[in-house]
Design a protein around this ligand. Structure first.
Ligand code: NAD
Length: 497
């Protein structure tokens, strides 16, 4: 019997009515290891109804109670992160140390959510008019939907649900159907932490489940992370259905290396940020813009480091694991042919490398392509794999122009020892997250995460202050305690006196 990953609704595993299932691979072995339920519209409705029933009591639970659940969830995550890490490596393929990093970055948001009593304090203005006070409070929205991608099956859901839940909302999560088990592990951990049934629900599925969430009248908001075409669709469809939306999309992150940079540090950074998680990170560096005078030296240093990387099964102490599916592996490998046809030079070819893993795994080794023409699909498309492109530029201005002309604006980095150039860059670049000698500038949990341009649709970034604001609505209350001297009729517009 094939193992089936079930939905989690109202505090229990649920099969639902849909007979459809999808394959869940072990990418390091190239086999289907289990199947996942694919929810129907009716299955999603059952989850939304459960979340709606749980909302009034959860909204009315004290902040202290909601905070305690988050503290306990944090303890469970810390104590048993190895269990969750093993699930990530098993279904996604990333190496165990990288899985631990993913969990640690999700944990930061849980810790931010533990500060909910401080976040919800609100404002108070005394005596705005004689005897009149105004206070603003922020209250939860109700049932909120979260739709997440395959590449961070634990961290990306944790960008949203800890804040949503601690603020008093109830959640329906639709994780990626490619690696669905981490969501179920977290649902059980939340229950163990004391979260009432129905506050956090997981429905697995594909477009049918997503559309059901986008169109459900009870769902108040949608938080999405995934590719740009789907992010655009989510943004327009959810907004047309009257929902609050934050939809984070794809990326093509450039790292600009100026001639005065420490080239050893820059080469280390390019390799770490290019090939960590096999390049399947929205903040991966996929393009290095090398100023001509140092380009040859930098390319040599990057290639030298790449030769030391061990690709293989994430449980065996390798540096880099497989890609998510065979189809995706073949698509990424196809860019090597495109590169050759477009006149770029393939410096390191990741095809046919020796791996420490099963032969049928979805392998592609670290790949380096130099002199990539900016018209080539290797440059214009998001590859989302272990392929690092070098584009040579004649200086700062040319590098900046390329970054600013790019349709994506998720992350970028400059490597330099010139403070003036770095300062100019951080002001002039049209990208949402900027690193100065930091290759993957993912903001800490008390700042917010999100890109510009085609990397984010909507006006709210993920987590941090913007995440809190997204999951709450502000109410302004004007109060006057009447005494008999205030009587009388006056139809004029209220004025401050
Ligand atoms: P994806 O867009 O294929 O899928 C994301 C989610 O949307 C999944 O839950 C999936 O089931 C659902 N989905 C897929 N096709 C759909 C459709 N036609 N209609 C409705 N829903 C659909 O993305 P992915 O391949 O899982 O993840 C990789 C992408 O995510 C990359 O483009 C990467 O850059 C991006 N990403 C962005 C960020 C960010 O913060 N900006 C973070 C992580 C990943």
């Amino acid at each position: 019997m094939t193992e089936l990953v079930e939905h989690w609704i109202d505090g229990a595993l649920v099969s639902g009515e849909s007979p459809r299932t999808g394959p869940v691979y072990n990418p390091a072995r190239g086999i289907v290891q289990r199947e996942v339920r694919l929810a129907s519209t009716a299955d999603v409705d059952v989850a939304v109804q459960a979340a709606a029933r749980a909302f009034p009591a959860w909204r009315d639970a004290s902040i202290a109670k909601r905070q305690q659940v988050m503290f306990k969830f944090r303890e469970i995550l810390n104590a048993r992160s190895d269990e969750l890490g093993a699930i990530l490596t098993n279904e996604h393929g990333k190496v165990l140390s990288d899985a631990a990093g993913e969990i640690a970055r999700g944990l930061e948001v849980v810790e931010f959510a533990c500060a909910m009593p401080h976040l919800t304090k609100g404002d108070y203005s005394e005596n705005v008019s004689t005897g009149v006070d105004v206070t603003t409070v922020r209250q939860p929205l109700g049932v909120v939907g979260v739709i997440s991608p395959f590449n961070f099956p634990a961290m990306v859901p944790m960008w949203f649900f800890p804040i949503a839940i601690a603020a008093g909302n109830t959640v329906v999560l639709k994780p990626s159907e490619k690696d669905p088990s981490a969501a179920i592990w977290m649902a059980k951990a939340l229950q163990e932490a004391g979260l009432p049934d129905g506050v956090f629900n997981v429905v697995h599925g594909d477009k049918e489940a997503v559309d059901a969430l986008l169109e459900h009248p009870t769902v108040r908001s949608i938080s999405f992370v995934g590719s740009t075409p789907i992010a655009k669709y989510i943004y327009s469809t959810a907004a047309a259905n009257g929902k609050r939306v934050q939809a984070l999309g794809g990326a093509k992150n450039h790292m600009l290396v100026l001639p005065d940079a420490d080239l050893d540090l820059a080469a280390d950074a390019a390799v770490n940020a290019g090939f960590g998680s096999a390049g399947e990170r929205c903040m991966a560096v996929s393009v290095v813009l090398a100023v001509d005078s140092i380009a040859d030296e930098l390319v040599a240093k990057v290639a030298e480091r790449m030769a030391t990387l061990k690709t293989g099964d994430g449980t065996r102490g390798c540096d880099m694991g497989p890609l998510i599916t065979r189809e995706h592996r073949d698509k990424v490998a196809g860019y090597l042919d495109t590169a050759a046809a477009d006149g770029a030079s393939v410096v390191v070819d990741g095809r046919g490398i020796e791996v420490d893993g099963e032969p049928d795994g979805f392998w592609l080794g670290p790949t380096l392509i130099d002199r990539v023409p900016t018209e080539s699909a290797v440059y214009t498309e998001e590859i989302f794999g272990p392929v690092l492109s070098i584009v040579r530029v004649d200086g700062y201005e040319a590098g900046l122009d390329l970054i600013n002309a790019n349709r994506y604006g998720n992350g970028t980095a400059i490597f330099t020892n010139d403070g003036g150039a770095a300062r100019r860059f951080q002001r002039e670049v049209t990208v949402g997250m900027v690193g100065v000698n930091v290759p993957i500038p993912v903001p800490v949990a008390y700042h917010s995460f999100g890109g510009w341009k085609d990397s984010l649709f909507g006006d709210a970034k993920a987590y941090g202050p913007q995440g809190f604001s997204f999951f709450t609505q502000e109410k302004a209350i004007t109060t006057r305690w009447l005494d008999p001297s205030h009587g009388g009729i006056d139809l004029g517009f209220p004025q401050h006196r």
